[in-house]
Design a protein around this ligand. Structure first.
Ligand SMILES: *Cc1c(COP(=O)(O)O)cnc(C)c1O
Length: 356
């Protein structure tokens, strides 16, 4: 791989060990429950998450959609962060296919929604109101620069949910990043949640797939919803084989990605025209701004990095001057150094043109 691709941890390729496991995986028809590799993956993921059962799904988006369609009925309302993946990046699928209404809340710097704000968003029972059914937490919270939510915070939200007879779903696409960053287990981070979805295909490097976990009854119902969405995947053990390696071999090494993210952040902080809040670099995401008065836009910087240096970094949101870089298995410290020096060279040369 000659490109240094920092657009996302979704660009990770399967490891050589995964390719061997894929080639040798015992498989069967998973729609009949007969794929031993899928069954092993579902059981192992559920155990790691402290839940009774698991369900292999095509993607994180499908995992969240299956969870919401299983938990809610049409006209229900769910409470979630305004900057959550489900609200921003899932094509409003829960609204489109489930008739589910979103009640969105702001998040703090640490990724949390205020408990009091959640409490106030819960609708009292009243003829005119939609019933509040569920709260979603996202861990890590990508909209807060990948902040990990602590077990203590999640336990407080879970208690609030129980008190009001609400369900709790955790979008844990990067839950293992949170576990590693907080020196705890994924299981501890989802205690008290009714369901959790995790991605195998981000930092954990599997080519495809997510796992949704919850109670036996929930997963039984979720399996029917997955089937209705076209998610019954037959000899899916080919994919699950890589997922098993993701869970067994790839979790602890996420620490390396957090270290390279920090290295990148510290390097960027030394470049004129780049501003970065280093306290916000907590997992594998590095958000930084191209200063308002810098003679280059994020789009131009992105283009020059690609054209002149074979480095891919995206503007995060075309309406702002923010860019996002995500570290992963294929990004080593030397790639970080090359990236920092490339950005420095571009910023310094464009600065000189203006001065000259
Ligand atoms: C990536 C991601 C998803 C969706 O996963 P896909 O596999 O891309 O559909 C859901 N939630 C969060 C927080 C994510 O980062």
């Amino acid at each position: 791989m000659n490109m240094i691709d920092l657009r996302s941890d979704t660009v990770t390729l399967p490891t050589p060990e995964m390719r061997v496991a894929i080639a040798n995986a015992p498989v069967g028809d998973d729609v009949y429950g007969e794929d031993p590799t899928v069954n092993a993956l579902e059981a192992e993921a559920a155990a790691m998450l402290g839940k009774a059962a698991g369900l292999f799904v095509a993607s994180g988006t499908q995992g969240n959609l299956v969870a919401l369609l299983t938990h809610c009925t049409r006209g229900d309302e769910i409470i979630l962060a305004k900057r959550s993946h489900i609200f921003v990046y899932e094509v409003a699928s829960a609204a489109a296919y489930g008739g589910i209404q979103f009640s969105t809340l702001d998040i703090n710097h640490d990724g949390t929604m205020e408990l009091d704000a959640i409490r106030k968003a819960i609708r009292p029972s009243f003829l005119f109101y939609p019933p509040t059914r569920l709260v979603v937490l996202e861990n890590t919270q990508a909209g807060a620069h990948g902040a990990p939510l602590t077990a203590a915070y999640t336990a407080q939200v879970a208690a609030l949910c129980r008190e009001h007879d609400l369900l709790l779903h955790i979008d844990g696409a990067r839950l293992f990043n949170a576990a590693v960053a907080l020196d705890t287990t994924a299981r501890r981070l989802v205690e008290g949640a009714d369901s959790v979805s995790i991605c195998l295909s981000k930092g954990l490097c599997a080519p495809v797939g997510s796992v949704l976990a919850g109670s036996e009854d929930f997963i039984h119902r979720a399996r029917r919803v997955r089937k209705s969405l076209g998610g019954g995947m037959r000899q899916a053990g080919i994919l699950a084989a890589a997922g098993l390696i993701a869970l067994r071999e790839m979790v602890e090494r996420l620490r390396d990605d957090h270290a390279t993210a920090r290295l990148l952040g510290e390097g960027l902080a030394t470049i004129p025209g780049i501003s970065i809040d280093l306290s916000a670099v907590r997992t594998n995401m590095v958000f930084f701004d191209v200063a308002d008065d810098a003679p280059i836009t994020p789009e131009e910087l992105s283009q020059r990095l690609k054209d002149d240096f074979d480095i891919l970094i995206r503007p995060y949101d075309p309406r702002t001057r923010t860019m996002r870089a995500v570290t992963h298995y294929w990004i080593k410290p030397e790639h970080v150094e090359r990236t920092v020096e490339a950005i420095r060279a571009i910023m310094v040369s464009t600065g000189e043109q203006i001065v000259g």
